[in-house]
Design a protein around this ligand. Structure first.
Ligand code: ARG
Length: 460
């Protein structure tokens, strides 16, 4: 069959052009969205008296047959059809005859691709959100088991103050909660139907864009067609949102890599999510978090790539925009698999509470508590208390003990106002549980945060 859109161009295109111009090899992923959009468009055309009922039935039946053919791998993808839109339309005309040629009335590939791609992005925004919710539930489960499990909280990757492991997990819950909210707001912002905009300026046909919007479950039609056919903000939104999700995943992955090393031994990743070395038989490698960290780079690249494609484009559609899809497909697929495997790796990971607790004894984690004690007990200005505590820490280093193990008698030599109750303040668990301020790490404050996240999840 001859090319569908061979209007102005009369000479046969070269094979090289066909290959260069075609998006069919990757945009065939949009077949279901294309068929759904075409059925909605045809339904509207019939309601408006532009197609007869009989024609609509033929179109709908033909499109359903094409869907089956694609899903049963019987459909022949020929790149000289250029893209999924033309491939489906050509096949429709093969199956139902001339009526197939009426489907493209009051429509252009410009609003068609904007619709298909937007449907894909909206659908996957919801799927990613559901996977993030499962991840949140897993993090919450871990948190509930570890409100008393102490580990060194760090700044600059140096031991800072004792915190509990639940608190650490809830920090990640906070990040993924914001990610979910970002997905929600992007979904709302982009929930407008592009179909019916035609090439760039609308159409003289009497359309009902509200009906197609309703059939496709958008909140309303878009307002300005010139913008609509050149708008890819919805794609940028999902690329940015996935980039931020992957940033959070990558930070957690980095911690899992550190924590599963011999130096930390805070966690043991399940064998099901670890691999071995091909030469060193003793090795167990954290490939899952490493790959998560690595894939984050590619996802960032996809965002920058689309921003760059769009930045110089005059209104409205330009063929450059065909480059919008592969990066989005790649980022979406990366996000789906990454969130799923991270959830599984976390759910099966062993938390080595003893090692976490022992690590708290390194680095004088209760030093701030001693300074606070001096402020409260001796009415000392904080800077003086800070200085004295510093000297005590130096002494502890000399004695090769942790500050929490320092005898009261030695402490007293540094400040006569120090009394025996200081021992309690230097105790590491006391240090952690003293931080009861809202959002703090005390077991009590952490439990309040758990309640907060439980309520939030219930409300979704
Ligand atoms: N394959 C094209 C794309 O992905 C579809 C739109 C083509 N429109 C056009 N006027 N050539 O962007």
């Amino acid at each position: 069959m001859a090319k569908l859109a061979s209007g102005r161009v009369t000479e046969k295109s070269s094979k090289l052009l066909d290959k260069f111009n075609a998006s069919l090899l990757f945009d065939q992923k949009l077949y279901a969205e294309d068929i759904k959009g075409s059925i909605a468009h045809a339904t509207m055309l019939e309601k408006q008296g532009i197609l007869s009922e009989h024609e609509l039935n033929d179109i709908v039946n033909g499109l359903s047959k094409i869907k089956d053919e694609i899903e049963n791998k019987q459909f022949i993808f020929d790149i000289s059809d250029e893209d999924i839109h033309m491939a489906i339309e050509k096949r429709l005309t093969e199956i139902i005859g001339d009526t197939g040629k009426k489907l493209h009335t009051a429509r252009s590939r410009n609003d068609q691709v904007a619709l298909d791609f937007r449907l894909y992005v909206q659908k996957n925004t919801l799927i990613i959100k559901q996977l993030l919710l499962k991840l949140e539930v897993t993090l919450l489960e871990i948190a509930k088991d570890h409100t008393k499990t102490m580990l060194p909280g760090m700044t600059h990757l140096q031991h800072a103050q004792p915190i509990n492991f639940a608190y650490h997990m809830l920090a990640y819950m906070s990040m993924f909660k914001r990610d979910i909210q970002r997905l929600d707001s992007a979904y709302e912002r982009n929930n407008y139907s592009p179909i019916g905009c035609a090439a760039l300026a609308g159409t003289p046909h009497n359309l009902d864009r509200n009906l197609t919007a309703k059939l496709l479950e958008f909140s309303e039609p878009t307002v300005n067609c010139l913008d609509t056919v050149s708008d890819r903000d919805f794609a940028l939104d999902i690329l940015f949102n996935i980039s931020t999700i992957m940033t959070h995943i990558s930070r957690l992955a980095e911690e899992l890599i550190l924590w599963s090393s011999s130096e930390f031994k805070f966690v043991t990743l399940s064998d099901a999510y670890s691999t071995s070395s091909s030469i060193m038989p003793q090795k167990k490698n954290p490939d899952v978090p490493e790959l998560l960290r690595g894939k984050t780079g590619r996802v960032y690249g996809n965002l920058i790539s689309l921003l760059t494609v769009l930045k110089g484009l005059p209104l409205a559609y330009n063929k450059d925009m065909q480059e919008d899809k592969e990066g989005v497909f790649d980022s979406v697929e990366t996000a789906l698999v990454s969130i799923e495997i991270l959830t599984a790796a976390l759910a099966t990971m062993q938390v080595n509470e003893k090692n976490m607790q022992n690590a708290c004894k390194v680095g004088h984690l209760s030093a701030t508590d001693l300074a606070d004690y001096l402020v409260q007990k001796c009415d000392m200005p904080f800077r003086d208390a800070y200085k004295i505590t510093g000297s005590i820490v130096v002494e502890a280093e000399k004695m090769q003990i942790d500050l929490s193990e320092m005898p009261y008698e030695v402490l007293k030599e540094f400040a006569p106002c120090i009394e025996e109750d200081v021992v309690k303040y230097l105790d590491l668990r006391h240090s952690m549980d003293a931080r009861t301020s809202q959002g703090g790490t005390a077991t009590k404050a952490t439990k309040d945060q758990i309640l907060y996240f439980e309520e939030w999840l219930k409300g979704i």
